[in-house]
Design a protein. Structure first.
Length: 167
């Protein structure tokens, strides 16, 4: 996806977020901080990480400022309602920060937290890829917990197979 003006990007970002937020609603409160192994993310960690990274890393770098990423721990938001609120608030703040970016500013080069220089619009595209990656991890964690989650685009894999042409 290539974009040259911020409004089209923000519409895309918000549509991706709706799908992530929908899955996050299915996290059982009792398993919010469950980890499959030491050193791995819990469902709560994943949601806090998505929120904190977009607000304090991607949005800052897009304006040519250094990352201020605070981590993903429960000290940022504790309990399912607070974690979802943190996600919503981070998204609103990120959109507010990014909305003024002009086409010229999207073409500027920013330095990422990893020290790589790239165009701002490409950096923002990676923000969405990052969210999608972690949403996949959330699906996997919830699957390990036996939580039924909604299909991402309306159909499950067996439903797609059933509706497909047979050779």
């Amino acid at each position: 996806m290539e974009f040259r003006e911020i409004d089209s990007f923000l519409r895309y970002f918000e549509s991706v977020r709706r799908r992530t937020r929908n899955v996050a609603e299915y996290i059982p409160e009792v398993h919010l901080e469950w980890k499959p192994a030491e050193g791995r993310f819990s469902p709560g960690d994943l949601i806090r990480h998505i929120a904190a990274a977009e607000r304090w890393m991607w949005a800052e770098n897009a304006w040519l400022r250094p990352s201020r990423y605070p981590g993903h721990g429960a000290e940022l938001a504790s309990g399912k309602d607070a974690v979802l609120e943190y996600l919503d608030e981070a998204q609103a703040a990120t959109v507010e920060i990014l909305r003024p970016l002009t086409p010229e500013q999207l073409e500027r080069r920013c330095e990422t937290v990893g020290g790589v220089e790239m165009r701002v619009w490409k950096w923002l595209r990676l923000m969405v890829e990052h969210e999608i990656h972690h949403r996949g991890q959330l699906y996997e964690l919830l699957g390990q917990l036996g939580v039924d989650v909604p299909p991402l685009y309306g159909l499950t894999e067996p439903e797609v197979r059933e509706r497909s042409l047979k050779d």
